[in-house]
Design a protein around this ligand. Sequence first.
Ligand SMILES: [Zn+2]
Length: 72
Amino acid sequence: MPKPHIRALKWIGAVPVIGACSSCGRQFTVPLTAIKRVADAQQNLTLQFEGHNCSVKTRDEPIVDSTKQEGT
Ligand SMILES: [Zn+2]
């Protein structure tokens, strides 16, 4: 399985301003204060990416109500 990584969705010049997780699709926006420098923007995105709660929802799994009991 490929590891989730961040991919830039929007750029201003050479500076990534919006990134998204390749796994769960969560988007990260670089604050205005960090977009002045490419390195700051990249670091900001990376920090947000590493800090986010990555959870991929699988639609294949059926929702089973385990509390329901058969019979009676
Ligand atoms: Zn994610």
